[in-house]
Design a protein around this ligand. Structure first.
Ligand code: CP
Length: 334
């Protein structure tokens, strides 16, 4: 069960004003931690996507507004990031709020050995919401056990990256118009890739078909395949992209992550397993969407960037609108 701000607050200071997890709330995600895609209902996803689209329109019209004036976001990142950290900060700024960036934990008291719970309890004295990235799976859930303020999982090791899944869904809808009926092919590092773990779970709430393309040693975790199988999702696995490319509506490419390998020889053996080039796209549907959470290191040739199917930089921008929506929703302002 996902620990909620409500129940933690009740434990901490015996206030009874908060509802238990799963109870009817006056706004989806209000006062909730965002830890895993598993916590979302279809209603939650619809709400995030709708609010994100409103944020997009407002940003395009006026750039920024003061919805979260007086609120502060702490960005606590124990792993490198460009998009997630920058888009959370930009999201808070465009909503009129402030932020505390701790992107370089080696310059914080973490370098002196401070524990994650103590760091969280310190930052929540200054901030209203904390976005946390950490190399260990389950770190965000651990932080949530100590937090009185909402924790947003911004990536926990090889576990999940739920806000990426939300922006991926938003991108899919923007690119295709709808999710139902889509065939989504995930390619690359499916074993360690937290983005694909979260996205596969999120897509399982829709009527989609999933293809997994990876080297044998980087296959989707068996427990996740079994979980989605039990939910009736049609899944196909192969190591050959050509087996499924022609029937693919969305090709979601991921980086083979050197930092996740204990054995660098294994990494070297698979790092160049797939490279998407203009020639690859000649075998794809004319309206296929090509997505990637980024960063890329060679798995999509820059020569593909000018193809209208290349959606990954639009995907980056959509991330800010989705994170604006999430911040507004967890802080009860949407
Ligand atoms: N997609 C993503 O998480 O990118 P960053 O690692 O740059 O945040």
């Amino acid at each position: 069960m996902i620990p909620t701000l409500a129940t933690k607050r009740n434990e901490h200071n015996n206030r009874a004003a908060y509802l238990p997890f799963g109870a009817k709330r006056d706004g989806p995600l209000r006062h909730q931690h965002i830890l895993s895609v598993k916590q979302f209902t279809p209603r939650d996803l619809d709400a995030v996507i709708a609010v994100a689209d409103e944020m997009r329109i407002i940003v395009e019209r006026i750039g920024a507004f003061d919805l979260l004036h007086g609120k502060v976001l702490a960005v606590l990142f124990y792993e490198p990031s460009t998009r997630t950290s920058a888009s959370f900060i930009a999201a808070m700024q465009r909503l009129g709020g402030g932020f505390i960036p701790i992107n370089e934990v080696r310059y914080s008291s973490v370098a002196k050995g401070e524990s994650l719970p103590d760091t969280i309890r310190t930052l929540e004295g200054y901030a209203d919401v904390i976005a946390l990235r950490h190399p260990e799976t389950g770190a965000a859930a651990l932080a949530a056990q100590y937090a009185r303020k909402p924790i947003i999982n911004a990536g926990d090791g090889i576990g999940e990256h739920p806000t990426q899944a939300l922006l991926d869904l938003f991108t899919l809808i923007k690119e295709r118009g709808a999710l139902d009926g889509a065939t989504v092919t995930m390619l690359g590092d499916l074993k360690y890739g937290r983005t694909v773990h979260s996205l596969a779970r999120a897509l399982a709430l829709y009527n989609v078909k999933l293809n997994y393309v990876s080297p044998d040693i980087l296959r989707m975790p068996r427990e996740l395949v079994a979980e989605l199988n039990a939910r009736g999702i049609q899944q196909t696995e192969t190591s050959a992209l050509q087996d499924v490319l022609g029937a693919t509506d969305v090709l979601y490419v991921t980086r083979v992550q050197k930092e996740r390998f204990a054995n660098l020889e294994e990494y070297e053996a698979v790092k160049d397993a797939y490279v998407i080039t203009p020639e690859t796209l000649t075998h794809a549907k004319a309206d296929m969407a090509l997505m990637h959470p980024l960063p890329r290191v060679g798995e999509i040739s820059p020569a593909v960037d000018c193809d209208p199917r290349a959606a990954y930089f639009r995907q980056v921008e959509y991330g800010m609108y989705v994170r604006m929506a999430l911040l507004a929703m967890v802080l009860g302002k949407a």
